[in-house]
Design a binder for this molecule. Structure first.
Ligand code: COA
Length: 390
């Protein structure tokens, strides 16, 4: 039997990007606590911190914001391609296939130097929001809204998506969501990106791999499943029965539990506050109230059954927030990508250019073979015409 299934607890690299203390519920980007970043920083500043390892001076931040905003436009060839995709296509599938197409328009990235890879990172982070917003509007037969360089990253996304410039508080709340989702160490999608980077593939290929990993329901797809659950339950007085039946059937409650946090996920705590305040502000309290009730019931019922605690993760309260902002569930996982692309790019850069010793090498784990075995000689190959199967 293989030990270390799923690489749990195995340290596969050194990193200077992110630290998680699963016991204490702490998340640190480049030395800064997520609570501080959520309160005081912005997505653009956080991206700068991730990419350049330090907080920017005011002027540096201004220039960085301008550069990021100037890269939002998509090549006309990509827009034509988006219009040709089936309206029923899964957004994550479209993103995963379109991202490597952007490489066609980025000749400079072929240099593969650290400078060119940072420039490509900025392009990827800037264009991801436009891709998601355009895809959504094209699918809904709406005209696309060109990026507005006067708006910040979060506000511009909401504008391109809805056609309306959001109010300051909504833009700020959405910006905080982006900060909270930007980075999370060696999670499945980031690890996928790093594995591909370790082969010296280009940045577009690495991000394509990460998008595939993020799409699964045990990772970035969990938020869509959470919304499905909330809609299915629909009424707070149905929560208890629904949760008990699901746990009794041995099924998982999406948005609850975490591979690393064994206490409250700090991101979920902040998101729960945003959801509650948004509910008060909009008067649309249904989604928050249902989420809170589900959380409480799952915690009690899980403890009764397993004798241990379970807490909401980052995917538990974000659906209620996005819903109150008028964003549909089909976009929840793509929204995760809109933010996490910052972390992916940072990790790809670290994998490719880290000065750490020992140097990063091609990932190549081993597996315990438990398949057919016919002794040292191997199984005798039987020609197809001589095989007798019942
Ligand atoms: N609902 C019900 N039971 C859960 C659960 C959940 N959300 N999360 C964990 N459990 C149970 C498991 O079934 C397992 O029970 P067992 O010991 O009887 O087999 C036990 O708790 C330990 O689970 P395990 O899957 O080993 O925990 P993990 O820490 O490795 O798993 C996740 C982490 C994220 C995979 C898991 O919590 C999960 O699937 N959550 C739902 C999906 C989700 O929200 N993903 C987004 C993560 S950010």
């Amino acid at each position: 039997m293989a030990k270390d299934i799923g690489l749990r607890g195995i340290k596969v690299a050194d990193t200077k990007i992110c630290a998680i203390d699963g016991e204490k519920g702490k998340l640190i980007y480049r030395g800064y606590d997520i609570q501080e970043l959520a309160r005081y920083s912005s997505f653009e500043e956080t991206v700068y911190l991730l990419l350049y390892e330090t907080l920017p001076a005011r002027k540096e931040l201004e220039i960085f914001k301008e550069t990021l905003a100037s890269e939002r436009q998509l090549p006309a060839g990509i827009i034509r391609h988006l219009k040709k995709r089936k309206k029923t296509a899964n957004t994550m599938d479209v993103l995963q296939s379109v991202i490597p197409m952007l490489a066609d328009f980025d000749i400079e990235s072929r240099a593969g130097t650290k400078v060119s890879c940072i420039k490509t990172s900025i392009k990827l982070i800037a264009k991801m929001v436009t891709l998601v917003a355009y895809l959504d509007r094209i699918r809904k037969n709406l005209d696309i809204k060109k990026p507005d360089e006067r708006l910040g990253h979060a506000a511009n996304f909401l504008y391109m998506l809805t056609g309306n410039v959001p109010d300051v508080q909504t833009a700020r709340d959405f910006d905080t969501c982006l900060v909270l989702h930007a980075e999370h160490s060696f999670n499945a999608s980031t690890f996928a990106a790093r594995v591909v980077a370790s082969t010296r593939a280009d940045m577009y290929a690495c991000v394509g791999a990460a998008l595939g990993a993020l799409s699964g329901e045990l990772h970035g797809g969990a938020n869509t499943q959470v919304m499905k659950m909330i809609c299915e339950i629909d009424k707070t007085d149905e929560v208890e029965e629904w949760v008990k039946a699901r746990l009794d059937a041995g099924k998982k409650i999406m948005g609850m539990g975490h591979a690393v946090y064994k206490t409250v996920d700090p991101r979920a705590q902040i998101l729960s506050g945003i959801s509650e305040r948004l509910a008060e502000r909009t008067g649309n309290t249904k989604w928050f109230e249902l989420s809170r009730k589900i959380e409480n019931v799952v915690m009690v019922e899980f403890k009764k059954r397993k004798g241990k605690d379970i807490y909401p993760n980052v995917d538990f309260y974000s659906p209620s927030i996005y819903c109150m902002m008028g964003i549909g569930p089909e976009l929840f996982t793509p929204l995760f990508a809109v933010s996490r692309i910052a972390g992916w790019c940072t990790h790809i850069l670290e994998e490719k250019f880290a000065e750490a010793q020992p140097k990063a090498v091609l990932y190549r784990p081993e597996a315990e073979y438990i398949g057919r075995y016919c002794g040292n000689e191997g199984c005798k190959y039987v020609p197809i015409e001589e095989r007798e199967y019942a």
